[in-house]
Design a binder for this molecule. Structure first.
Ligand SMILES: Nc1ncnc2c1ncn2[C@@H]1O[C@H](COP(=O)(O)OP(=O)(O)OP(=O)(O)O)[C@@H](O)[C@H]1O
Length: 330
């Protein structure tokens, strides 16, 4: 099989009290070798469940999945030899070990010869700028440092397929940029290296991923290159309008009224600045007049209005009906 990952009608049922529900409701996709494939979706969409099944930590309820050509249910050991999994929030090992000792321990789980393991640990620690911290105890590391060590743990085993579950969550801009650039370079070094990445950050997916699947409520709602996803909505017109704060009840009325005109509108409050931002998607430019009229009707002041180029964020809003960033604060 010449695909890094093949997923066919994959389903996973979980129990919720007496009931059960589909965390994955028949997803299908393929990832090519050499690709960085992004999995984007709101909280609870099924991203982690997918990664757990593909990394052999969880069985599917039905459907099929192959990683590196191996069946996730029948060839678990073969898959484990060619993959690694890095989750953003997790600890990089045991706190009583130093950075280097911990990485060494993981290299030995994979049977990497002593010389080679030392070389790789030094190489990757230098790459993430952590070589000077090699003798620091893990429980003394900051979140950002821990996440960098986590990434190194994922890279030293030289996996064919690397699963990255929110690798930059909670990191500052600089640390996130370092991780992104290392992942991007790492994939280019060998044609068979492949990454499946989940992220909450649209810009990250846009910058890093060759293709992106948008997942919502256990289903894939869109799958394409970032460019094509954006092109698919390029016949629509996007406006961003700032108004005085729109209270919750008014915001409901406003969005419902606009929906009747076929206008998609999402409202986000910025209490600290005393403004609300309306992200508006129109089929026709002239419909902006209806939006303005409605804003005036609910007695809100228009502070600014600008036409914008669609971003991946807008694709997400259109398909899922909310901003991805709103998920984090809910
Ligand atoms: N072990 C479990 N038992 C029952 N329900 C579960 C279990 N694990 C996950 N779920 C539920 O399955 C759904 C999908 O969860 P999953 O963790 O895959 O989502 P996600 O897209 O990774 O979300 P997040 O971005 O919050 O991590 C959610 O409704 C979640 O509450």
């Amino acid at each position: 099989m010449d695909k890094a990952i093949v997923v066919e009608n994959l389903k996973r049922v979980y129990k919720k009290g007496k009931d059960s529900f589909f965390a994955l409701d028949g997803i299908s996709f393929e990832v090519h070798y050499g690709e960085i494939f992004g999995f984007l979706g709101p909280n609870g969409a099924g991203k982690t469940t997918t990664i757990k099944i593909l990394s052999t930590l969880l069985y599917p309820t039905s459907g099929k999945a192959f990683v590196g050509g191996f069946d996730v249910e029948k060839e678990v050991q073969k898959i484990r030899e060619i993959i690694n999994l890095v989750s953003g929030g997790e600890s990089a090992g045991y706190g009583i070990l130093t950075v280097k000792e911990s990485l060494w321990m993981f290299s030995q789980f994979y049977g990497i010869p002593t010389n080679e393991a030392s070389k790789r640990i030094e190489h990757y620690l230098k790459l993430v700028g952590m070589w000077d911290s090699k003798d620091t105890l893990l429980n003394r590391l900051s979140t950002g440092m821990m996440q960098k060590v986590n990434l190194v743990r994922g890279l030293i085993t030289d996996p064919k397929i690397l699963f990255l579950d929110e690798p930059t969550i909670g990191l500052d801009v600089e640390a996130a940029r370092t991780i992104r650039s290392i992942v991007s370079e790492w994939v280019k070094e060998k044609p068979t290296r492949t990454v499946l990445l989940t992220t909450h950050y649209m810009a990250e997916a846009d910058e890093l991923c060759d293709r992106i699947a948008i997942i919502n409520k256990g289903r894939i709602v869109a799958l394409d290159t970032p460019e094509n996803l954006k092109k698919a909505i390029s016949d629509e017109i996007f406006f961003e309008i700032e108004t005085s704060i729109v209270p919750k009840e008014t915001s409901q009325i406003l969005t419902n009224d606009l929906k009747e005109f076929g206008i998609n509108c999402l409202i986000k409050d910025h209490i600290e600045r005393g403004v609300s931002t309306l992200s508006v998607i129109l089929k026709e430019e002239k419909d902006i007049a209806k939006v303005i009229q409605k804003i005036v009707e609910v007695n809100k002041e228009i502070l600014s209005l600008r036409k914008i180029e669609p971003t991946l964020e807008d694709v997400f809003i259109k398909l899922v009906g909310k901003r991805l960033e709103d998920e984090e604060t809910n």
